[in-house]
Design a protein. Sequence first.
Length: 146
Amino acid sequence: MKNKFKIEKARLEDSIAISKLECACYDSSWHDYANWFWNVASEFMWAEKATVAGKIVGGIVAFKTQQGNLYIDTIFVHPKFRRQGIARALVKRILNQPKKKIKKIQVAVEDHNLSSKKLFNSLGFKNRADLPDFYDEGKDYILLEK
Ligand SMILES: CC(C)(COP(=O)(O)OP(=O)(O)OC[C@H]1O[C@@H](n2cnc3c(N)ncnc32)[C@H](O)[C@@H]1OP(=O)(O)O)[C@@H](O)C(=O)NCCC(=O)NCCS
């Protein structure tokens, strides 16, 4: 069953819940770091959350790079709420902003992350470069750009 969801700005007080969700989605144990990151992201970056009946079920963070691009640093959706268009709506929120001072929108996707590659390709992102060992040693990523 598809759920009715809302996309809203993520706030400082969302940091604990959203960082726990992020860690669960990426199967990561870096919770302290993720919590700190969301504290910073909600205040200084472009951070949005997806909610269903008030519960946080997804998130996205983007920031402007020194090269004038907009970089999507993270995007994730709770496993129980996947394949309902929530990630697509989160990315569209970033894409639909005024692009006056932005050159490209970028994201680094792990090479074997087929669902994420399909998501971004379906929104017009194209392969731009290989990023070996990008976020972590031994993990290969691809830079996608639109
Ligand atoms: C990748 C992720 C964010 C997708 O979230 P989602 O809300 O399920 O995605 P959507 O429902 O908006 O899907 C949009 C499109 O992406 C593609 N897609 C998403 N999940 C897919 C899957 N499991 N298999 C194949 N294609 C998939 C499809 O093209 C889909 O369109 P369709 O449903 O009309 O076929 C989610 O699976 C996730 O949180 N994964 C773990 C974290 C992660 O890998 N984040 C990306 C880092 S770059």
